[in-house]
Design a protein around this ligand. Structure first.
Ligand code: SAH
Ligand code: SF4
Length: 388
């Protein structure tokens, strides 16, 4: 199941330096190749116009491969675009472009209308001038085809793991997404919240983070990237160490006691709440940053007011903000979201306990925007389809 780490489109600058040296190229040529691929999205060596001709030909003969193609794009009425991504072996995953985070917050009501964690944080940090300039877009990306974690409310979990993505396939989603932005939009945040458990595919996830944050590539600031995990404790610690806590962390908690959490998320048997909470306390979070706690509300499973109070107690002392996500119904299960009043009561209890707590509006509902749904649905368009 292991994916080779250094396929051409996953190479870092130093690796390109070694590679071009095999063809007699100089070290700055290696850096140029990296820039062509990762900053400009050009994967045809013959088009890398500042390389010597013989090097272009040699690299072209080796072939860089192509990581993916965007097979389908669905645009929801709220502007969310869901991309159906087809990988080289025909497997499909999904990626979502979510525009318009700024200026949508309903003042005072603590309902945030964006579908991601990090972007909301950025807005809080930099609320001044948020209405100015280009429309900020957040991209949600996948790390696996399916998922091995088996969460019962999740389409990817129900499907099971088909395979890991390589770092090239993870980053290529961002390169493709960036190239598909509408005029006046700018890619601002990346969230690892698509199909799959990023920390189960740790090496490729880390390599993709290094590629995305490299200053000669797209050059994302690590704080604009958030990795979401169901709670793989050893890998949370490793991620904290490998990036000195700079990468944003989101935890899919979904319950405040072990019995309930294990019922929803089998991974809780391996890493129960006490162990997970210790890992969060140990995460080397920079000052003024918070861990995002995701809590998918599933009617009759984890939505009692009592559970909100338990959650408040569990998280006491941790720098967190809480995102409540009414469950998006999935085909494979009869589970669903609680009524809106119940959701707001749950939120109220957490606000009263002193937490930042948002209800995430389900962006792009009309295009099956819940985790894993589009890729698993196949390519049957439900609404308007824009082919790219
Ligand atoms: N595997 C990682 C990241 C991908 S899932 C994780 O679990 O964190 C991204 C988020 O979507 C998680 O918080 C997950 O619990 C949530 N999610 C999955 N299926 C959902 C559904 N049907 N409705 C609402 N949220 C869902
Ligand atoms: Fe995997 Fe996340 Fe879905 Fe759980 S919620 S099955 S960890 S993708």
């Amino acid at each position: 199941m292991k994916v080779e780490a250094t396929r051409p489109l996953a190479r870092l600058p130093d690796e390109w330096v070694l590679e071009v040296a095999r063809h007699g190229g100089r070290s700055f040529h290696g850096k140029q190749v990296f820039r062509w691929i990762q900053a400009r999205g050009v994967t045809d060596p013959l088009k890398m116009s500042d390389l010597p001709a013989n090097l272009r030909v040699a690299l072209s003969a080796d072939g860089l491969g192509a990581a993916l193609e965007v097979a389908d794009q669905r645009r929801a009425v709220d502007g969310t675009r869901k991309l159906l991504v087809r990988l080289q072996d025909g497997a499909t995953v999904e990626s979502v472009l979510i525009p318009g985070v700024s200026g949508r917050r309903r003042m005072g009501a603590e309902i945030v209308e964006d579908a991601d964690a990090a972007a909301a944080d950025e807005d809080e940090d930099e609320s001044e001038g948020a209405e100015e300039g280009p429309m900020r877009v957040t991209q949600c990306i996948s790390t696996q085809v399916g998922c091995a974690m088996g969460c019962i409310f999740c389409a990817s979990g129900v499907a099971g793991l088909k395979r890991h993505l390589g770092a090239d396939e993870i980053v290529a989603q961002v390169l493709a997404g960036r190239s598909m932005l509408d005029e006046g939009e700018r890619l601002r945040n990346v969230v690892y919240m698509g199909m799959g458990e990023p920390l189960h595919n740790y090496d490729a996830t880390v390599r993709s983070l290094r590629l995305l944050t490299h200053p000669d590539g797209i050059g994302f600031s690590p704080r604009r990237i958030t990795v979401s995990t169901s709670g793989l404790v050893p890998e949370i610690a490793r991620l904290g160490q490998d990036f000195a806590g700079q990468i944003g962390l989101a935890i899919s908690l979904h319950a405040a006691d072990d019995e309930t959490r294990t019922r929803l998320m089998p991974i809780n048997k391996k890493y129960p709440l006490s162990v997970l909470m210790d890992a969060l306390r140990a995460y080397p979070l920079p000052k003024r940053r918070r861990i995002t706690i995701e809590y998918t509300l599933v009617a009759g499973k984890n939505d009692l007011l009592l559970e909100a109070k338990k959650l408040a107690k569990l998280l006491r002392g941790l720098p967190v903000k809480i995102n409540l996500i009414p469950m998006n119904p999935i085909e494979a299960s009869s589970l669903g979201p609680p009524r809106m009043e119940g959701t707001l009561e749950f939120q109220r209890a957490l606000l009263d306990a002193g937490y930042s707590c948002f209800v995430r509006r389900r962006r792009g509902d009309d295009v099956s925007a819940a985790c894993g749904q589009l890729a698993l649905l196949g390519a049957k368009p439900k609404v308007r389809v824009d082919r790219s």
